[in-house]
Design a protein around this ligand. Structure first.
Ligand SMILES: O=C(O)[C@@H](CO)OP(=O)(O)O
Length: 207
């Protein structure tokens, strides 16, 4: 019986994470710390002895660069890689580029929290988590899951909210459950899947 392994990794710290700006579909690069986080993720995955058959990422630089740093660290640069907009960060709409503290001062703590973490209330002009699930889930079902179920060891490098969308589905979390779930930069989440596509277990790799 072959293993069915799916690894999810959020990109390392970006310039805009550091500056505390809403990012969404904007395309800042990794910081030096972000580069170190991505390399550390690669080292942790290498220590697990994982050998990837396929990699998925978004169209945004911070996720793509994280993937190449992870694979570089593992000596697996030539892994087949597929990039899709379906894995992009949740679109933050009119909030993109604004400072999160300035937004709290303007609209209030509560409203900003609702925009950031509610399931179905979108920020102005942007996507809710539900909207994000609606575009990531078909891609997961059509492109990612079949590879995992065929026994291909798979890595996905993406974003806080596009990964929360996948985690919600994988772990069968309720809208309340996913609200409280934060995804840390550069911490690989290793899922072992059953043949029926449910999750057998998850381990987070951290030092
Ligand atoms: O700015 C963003 O795009 C995201 C991820 O960094 O922020 P938040 O934590 O508000 O979901």
């Amino acid at each position: 019986m072959s293993d069915r392994i799916l690894v999810l990794v959020r990109h390392g710290q970006s310039e805009w994470n550091l500056k505390n700006l809403f990012t969404g579909w904007r395309d800042p690069d990794l910081t030096e710390q972000g580069v170190a986080e991505a390399k550390r993720a690669g080292a942790l995955l290498k220590a697990e002895g994982l050998k990837f058959d396929v990699a998925f990422t978004s169209l945004l630089s911070r996720a793509q660069r994280t993937l190449s740093l992870v694979l570089g660290e593992m000596g697996q640069e030539s892994v087949e890689t597929l990039a899709s907009q379906a894995l992009n960060e949740r679109d933050y709409g009119d909030l993109s580029g604004l400072n999160k503290d300035d937004a709290r001062a303007k609209w209030g703590e509560e409203q900003v929290h609702v925009w950031r973490r509610s399931y179905d209330i979108p920020p102005p002009g942007g996507e809710s988590l539900r909207d994000t699930v609606a575009r990531t889930l078909p891609y997961y079902n059509q492109e990612i899951l079949p590879r995992v179920l065929r026994g291909q060891t798979t890595i996905v490098t993406a974003h806080g909210n596009s990964l929360r969308a996948l985690i919600m589905v994988l772990e069968k979390l309720s809208p309340e459950g996913i609200m409280k779930r934060e995804v840390l930069t550069g911490v690989p989440m290793v899922y072992r899947m059953r043949a029926d596509s449910t999750v057998e277990d998850r381990r987070d790799l951290a030092v």
